[in-house]
Design a binder for this molecule. Structure first.
Ligand SMILES: Nc1ncnc2c1ncn2[C@@H]1O[C@H](COP(=O)(O)OP(=O)(O)O)[C@@H](O)[C@H]1O
Ligand SMILES: [Mg+2]
Length: 274
């Protein structure tokens, strides 16, 4: 099952979301951010980078909340150029945005299957197959396989986040997905990268990972609670990302060998670093 096929099937979202516009707020010192407006379009991938405490999580939270000057940053967020209505802001079933953080947990005593069924029902989805498709997709993101009768409360952090990303993609059909530092979340990067390449969504990554930061089309740089720069990916960065991706795979290979108790032989070194 290719991810691009999955995405092509999902056209159920209540809100046709083409553009998100972020209007400037204030930095931690109360100074106005120095951009007029920041627009993100469907199909765009974005990374948010900056030191700890610089306001990365606050930035994506503003998007998740569809802030209207009512958060600590005073930013405002428009959908398709308009102030979103209360229905979109407050009704979880028509919310076009899914946010997954390192702390995201499922607090309910249900099996994975029941958990997904309830969500699918709340979205009026009839197809039964979507439940297993969602579990299959989640299992592409995580090495520890999730079964349909596993209670969601006992899923590991990586499993939980993988399940919720798959749920946001297939059942929620969210046109905007916000991911807060998933590199520390027990999720396979290669699969995430496939998503970056195939998506028609807006996907925003808060990340310290250079491969993800270089593979996204836009890079937003944060400092002291403010957006201080927006960079567009250039050709050189795309190439650098490909090289890094190769290196990353090699590091992964060696990590697996070490984890399995093997020695690094000259043969393996040759394969890895040829
Ligand atoms: N523009 C801002 N104005 C006021 N407080 C802010 C602003 N941006 C972030 N903060 C606050 O600063 C703290 C650190 O921000 P956070 O978004 O968690 O940083 P990061 O995710 O980059 O580590 C949080 O308590 C957040 O609410
Ligand atoms: Mg953060």
């Amino acid at each position: 099952m290719r991810l691009s096929v999955l995405f092509a099937q999902v056209k159920r979202s209540e809100v046709m979301l083409e553009i998100i516009t972020i209007l400037p707020g204030l930095d931690k010192g109360g100074n106005r951010e120095k951009f007029d407006e920041l627009t993100l379009r469907a199909g765009e991938t974005v990374s948010i980078v900056g030191p700890t405490g610089s306001g990365k999580t606050a930035f994506i939270s503003d998007i998740e909340l569809l802030a209207q000057g009512d958060t600590s940053t005073k930013r405002r967020v428009l959908i398709n150029g308009k102030i979103p209505g209360d229905e979109v802001r407050y009704n979880p079933a028509s919310k076009p945005i899914a946010m997954i953080t390192q702390n995201t947990k499922c607090f309910t005593d249900l099996s994975t299957e029941e958990f997904l069924q309830i969500h699918a029902r709340s979205r009026n989805i009839e197809e039964k197959r979507i439940i297993m498709d969602t579990i299959d997709l989640a299992n592409k993101f995580t090495g520890e396989k999730i079964k349909k009768d596993t209670r969601v409360t006992v899923l590991s952090g990586g499993q939980t986040r993988s399940l919720l990303i798959a749920d946001a993609i297939l059942i929620g059909a969210a046109p905007v997905i916000l991911l807060d530092e998933i590199e520390n979340a027990g999720i396979f990067k290669q699969e995430v990268i496939d998503i970056i390449k195939n998506t028609s969504k807006i996907i925003i990554f808060v990340t310290h990972d250079p491969v993800i930061a270089l593979l996204t089309k836009k890079r937003i740089i944060m400092e002291n609670g403010a957006v201080v720069k927006v960079l567009n990916q250039n050709e050189f960065e795309t190439r650098a990302a490909q090289n890094l991706l190769e290196l990353d795979k090699q590091v992964g290979l060696i990590r697996e060998q070490l984890r399995a108790g093997h020695e690094i032989t000259s043969e393996l070194l040759h394969v890895s670093f040829a």
